[in-house]
Structures are given as structure tokens and as C-alpha cells.
Design a protein around this ligand. Structure first.
Ligand code: HEC
Length: 217
């Protein structure tokens, strides 16, 4: 057999193998099944390189600003804590059901070393993981507020966290409730509240219906 024929044969073999692999459903897309180690490593590398390549030019504001931390708390509690948990919460249905699991942000990060990388991830989301892109309905400032909060979470007791969330100085709750305060961030939220509210209401309803049934799972 000539060299060309061998190469051609191998090529056709690879295409048939690839097609069969997909057609016979060898790859299991179930969320409740672990990834193969090799595909996990592959996806991890793709994710990290993709984020690093895109987050480089983002300028980071002062994240130790207490006002920022405070403003970020309400939005984090409303939009993130059901997946990423918060001080005083060890688990949730979303946290347990998602694969890859959302990192418990008050304890550890999985792959973002820098705030600029967190910003990119929160703004754009990560496809096929369950991490939504929040940039559509949240301003850059609101995203930085949540990153300031996340950075502060690690030293926070559950009580301190709850106090911050309840302090009312956050854009999500005040905007949603039509507060008359003249704070700049709250005004920002008025423009955004449509999207955020639309996101929140169905969840609330679902929960209420769920509880009404008296089901305990
Ligand atoms: C529906 C669940 C879900 C919600 C809601 C959610 N996330 Fe995520 N998030 C994820 C998952 C899953 C990952 C991990 C993706 C991966 O491993 O590739 C992630 C990753 C992240 C990361 C990167 C963490 C790391 O390890 O470096 C950050 C930061 C983050 N999310 C912030 C947020 C913020 C802020 C919000 C709220 C505005 C939020 N997420 C809402 C599911 C969620």
C-alpha cells in the first residue's frame, strides 16, 4: 500500500469514528454525571485561556470602598447567592444540581485570579455552564459593586452579611420598590429595573406556588 492510501484510510477511519462517537451518543451530556478527567482538563484550559485573553485591558476601580461593598450586597443576594451561596448558607438546589458546580464565592474561586477576570466572567457569563451573562441588565458599576462585595465576603460572618443585605443601600431592592432616594446608583437602577425585575418575579412566583403545595421534596 502506498503512503497516500494509508493516510487516506486513516483519515476516513477518523471521520467514521468521530461520527459514530456522536451518533451513538457515547458522550453523556447529563449534568449529574462527572466529566471524564480528560474532557474536564480540556474545558478548564479552554475557559481559563479564553478569559485571560479577554480580561487583560479592563481597568479595576477601588474595590475596598465600603459604599461599593454595601451596594453590591443586595444585588448579590438577589441574583447570585442561590447558585454561589453566601455566609450562613452551605448548599442550595441550584448549587447541588449544576455541573460544573458554581464555586462557593465566600470560600474559594475556581479559576479567576484577578478582579478584571471576575468582571469579564460576570458581565459575559460562561457558555454551557449555567453562569449567566449579567451585562445585559446591569451596568459596569453594578458589576464592580458585586465584585467588591465578593472580595469582602471571605471575612464576613453570616450576621454581618445579612445586615449588609438588609441595609437597603443597594440598587436592586430600592430600584424595584421605587424608592425616592436621589443616590446616583439608585437612579441607574431605575433604567435597569425592568430587566432585573423581570428576572426576579417568575422565580418568586414559582417559589410561592411550590410552597403552597406543601411539598417537602
Ligand atoms: C444559575 C447559577 C448561577 C448564577 C445565578 C450565578 N452564577 Fe456565577 N457561576 C455559575 C457557575 C456554574 C460558574 C462556574 C462555571 C465554570 O466552572 O466554568 C460560575 C462562575 C462564576 C465566577 C467565576 C468564579 C471563579 O471560580 O473564578 C464568578 C466571579 C461568578 N460566577 C459570579 C457571579 C455573580 C456575581 C452572579 C450574580 C450576579 C452569579 N455568578 C450568578 C453559576 C451561576
Amino acid at each position: 500500500m502506498s503512503r497516500t492510501k494509508i493516510i487516506l484510510g486513516l483519515g476516513i477511519g477518523a471521520v467514521i469514528f468521530g461520527f459514530s462517537f456522536i451518533w451513538f451518543g457515547v458522550f453523556n451530556v447529563a449534568a449529574n454525571v462527572e466529566h471524564w478527567k480528560v474532557s474536564e482538563k480540556f474545558f478548564e484550559l479552554v475557559r481559563v485561556r479564553s478569559i485571560v485573553a479577554r480580561a487583560g485591558n479592563i481597568t479595576v476601580p477601588d474595590l475596598t470602598d465600603k459604599a461599593r461593598v454595601k451596594r453590591g450586597a443586595g444585588n448579590y443576594a438577589a441574583m447570585c447567592s442561590q447558585c454561589h451561596l453566601a455566609p450562613g448558607t452551605d448548599t442550595s438546589e441550584l448549587y447541588e444540581g449544576l455541573n460544573p458546580a458554581p464555586p462557593v464565592l465566600y470560600k474559594y474561586d475556581k479559576f479567576t485570579d484577578k478582579p478584571s477576570e471576575k468582571f469579564w466572567v460576570i458581565k459575559n457569563g460562561i457558555r454551557m455552564t449555567g453562569m449567566p451573562g449579567w451585562g445585559t441588565n446591569n451596568s459596569d458599576e453594578q458589576i464592580w459593586d458585586m465584585i467588591a462585595l465578593i472580595s469582602a465576603l471571605k471575612d464576613m460572618t453570616p450576621k454581618q452579611y445579612l445586615q449588609l443585605v438588609e441595609s437597603g443601600e443597594h440598587t436592586h431592592k430600592n430600584g424595584g420598590h421605587g424608592s425616592s432616594s436621589s443616590m446616583k446608583m439608585q437612579d441607574n437602577h431605575q433604567t435597569n429595573s425592568g430587566g432585573t425585575k423581570a428576572h426576579k418575579e417568575p422565580m418568586k412566583k414559582k417559589q410561592a406556588g411550590h410552597n403552597d403545595d406543601g411539598h417537602a421534596h
